[in-house]
Design a protein around this ligand. Structure first.
Ligand SMILES: C[S@@+](CC[C@H](N)C(=O)[O-])C[C@H]1O[C@@H](n2cnc3c(N)ncnc32)[C@H](O)[C@@H]1O
Length: 547
């Protein structure tokens, strides 16, 4: 039996964490350090093999059932457990810290295994009833029945361990210099998402018990979220507790009528590629004058047939918050929601949102922070770390700038902001947002930061501060090299993946031995921010200062 973790693990600040207790982190550390630009899944845990040649029984067999206790949450919110006696690490989706359960081994990797939960023997600490009826099946929220306090502790613990084991910062360093700040909770734990994308499907996903009742193999249309691990099965959802109330009204109105045979609307079949409705995207913004919510409804269809959508458009446009109904036509067999053509079926083609006193115009496919309330908190924290003097003399370099939101919120205090981003449309939106807010000291440039060469940096003056906000793979080695050579006085690293964040902090502070690069930064502060309650996602803001 795996030993029950001590209650010390539940403390807000861990005092000891050794590689013996967390073997998986050692290999994660080496797998992350081999290549600075990693695929999305590289943050998957790899477990360090035990020293010496392991006995065969050390590895559990596929199909074997084990009694396990979940010790903590790991990547993607999976529960980490150890097999009794051997300490072999297994990961289980939806197992929560302290939970004792029976798991069946479904997948074996070299040094760890994945199990699915068969039965809970005793529930986890901090159990709360999940308010959402779909919580046990839906892939969106994984930790709804873990108290919010416990979710925060688990996220903070995960970041701390990654910074120590992958980032190679000692516990003493983090504690004595007060580098790691407590995680910033999200005050709003439901209805916080301003964008949700639902899928239409021809195959409704049902839990096993209900599946037995329906074995005729006929098509069953569904509108909702993909069941975890199934690209072709959709869990029908009438209400999502993460999106706004008006968005739920729209969802309910559509659910109420779209299957009506008289309308002749079909759901898209991802196998045969026949059918019409692909996705339903709901975006909530705010009217800049009134501050009231305004909604965009975007139907993604396989072809342009506005007459088929007319009854749906009539129904939802009677909801006062709906100010825009769009139709993205995506005739490709791919499953993305960005269409090659876009039509306005009702109202305007964009909605607005406010952030840090600025107005942003959002179109159906623009990138915008998904939790507006917490983005306000995140950006304030970024602004504090950036620490502009406010005399308009400093240069800001905003790497991975998206639609320019971070740089634009800083522009009022800076001399000039330079933003770099790979997506052309995002750059166009950034320029539009600058104009909309009468900001004329921001320059946005389209470019791939994974492919920079020696000339990168020739087109802007040496920045006083660099903001880097990459997506999950983190920064490419070419960019690390550039930053170590540039030697800007401050770097504010914003990350949505603590594993690659820890790796990049290690490179910037401690150097990269095999590339002959010397680190030249000191980690001054690191703070996790919870942008997405009930999900495994963690955002971090780090401040680095030149040594
Ligand atoms: C996490 S988002 C940050 C967006 C923005 N800073 C914000 O707060 O809204 C990361 C951005 O990096 C961009 N990106 C990803 N890979 C890139 C690359 N190789 N070069 C430049 N930009 C890239 C993405 O398109 C995305 O807009």
């Amino acid at each position: 039996m795996a030993t029950m973790p001590s209650h010390g693990l539940r403390l807000r600040h861990l005092t000891t964490t050794t590689t013996t207790t967390r073997p998986f982190l050692r290999t994660l550390c080496s797998s992350l350090s081999t290549q600075a630009s990693l695929p999305e899944d590289s943050a998957q845990v790899q477990v360090q093999q035990q020293p010496g040649k392991p006995n065969k029984s050390y590895f559990p067999k596929r199909g074997q059932t084990l009694e396990l206790v979940c010790e903590s949450l790991g990547f993607k919110g999976k529960g980490l457990c150890k097999v009794a006696d051997t300490g072999f690490v297994v990961m289980c989706d939806r197992a929560l810290p302290g939970e004792r359960f029976i798991g069946r081994v479904t997948r074996k990797k070299d040094n760890y295994a994945e199990v699915t939960k068969v039965k809970t023997i005793s529930p986890h600490w901090d159990f709360v009833d999940a308010p959402c009826e779909y919580a046990s099946y839906c892939g969106g929220c994984k930790t709804q029945n873990l108290s919010y306090e416990a979710q925060l502790r688990a996220k903070e613990q995960q970041v701390r361990e990654l910074v120590m084991h992958v980032g190679k910062f000692s516990c003493e360093e983090l504690e004595s210099l007060n580098i790691m700040k407590p995680i910033v909770p999200c005050d709003i734990q439901f209805h916080y998402r301003n964008k949700m994308e639902f899928s239409f499907g021809t195959q409704e996903w049902l839990p096993k018990e209900l599946l037995l009742e329906k074995q005729d193999g006929s098509e069953s249309y569904a509108l909702g979220l993909h069941a975890p691990g199934f690209f072709d099965k959709v869990l029908n959802v009438n209400k999502c507790l993460l999106q706004s109330e008006p968005a739920n009204m729209v969802l309910a109105a559509i659910q109420d009528c779209w299957r009506d045979p008289q309308l002749g609307i079909s759901a898209y079949n991802v196998h045969s590629h026949a059918g019409f409705l692909k996705h339903l995207m709901l975006r909530t913004g705010r009217d800049v004058k009134t501050g009231l919510p305004e909604l965009m409804v975007n139907f993604v269809t396989s072809s342009y047939k506005p007459e088929l959508l007319k009854p749906l458009v009539e129904k939802i446009s009677s909801i006062p918050e709906v100010v825009s109904v769009m139709n993205n036509v995506n005739s490709s067999i791919g499953n993305t929601s960005v269409g090659e053509e876009e039509y306005t079926l009702y109202g305007k083609s964009t909605i607005t949102e406010m952030l840090r006193g600025l107005t942003f115009q959002i179109s159906a496919n623009s990138f915008f922070q998904t939790n507006t309330h917490q983005a306000e908190v995140l950006y304030k924290l970024i602004e504090e770390c950036v620490g502009l003097r406010g005399d308009g003399s400093e240069i800001v370099l905003d790497l991975f700038c998206g639609t320019g939101t971070i740089g634009l919120t800083l522009a009022r205090k800076a001399r000039q902001v330079y933003g770099y981003e790979v997506v052309t449309q995002a750059i166009a939106d950034a320029c539009l947002n600058a104009k909309l807010n009468n900001i004329y000291n921001a320059t946005f440039v389209q470019g791939d930061l994974n492919k920079i060469d020696e000339s990168f940096g020739n087109n802007f003056p040496k920045p006083d501060v660099v903001i880097s906000d990459p997506n999950r793979p983190g920064m490419h080695m070419k960019l690390i090299k550039f930053l170590l050579k540039l030697k800007a006085p401050r770097i504010v690293y914003v990350s949505c993946n603590p594993a690659t964040c820890a790796r990049d902090l290690d490179y910037l502070c401690h150097g990269v031995i095999d590339k002959n690069l010397e680190g030249c930064y000191k980690l001054k502060s690191l703070q996790a921010v919870d942008m997405f309650p009930h999900t495994p996602h963690i955002e971090c803001v780090c401040l680095l200062e030149l040594c």
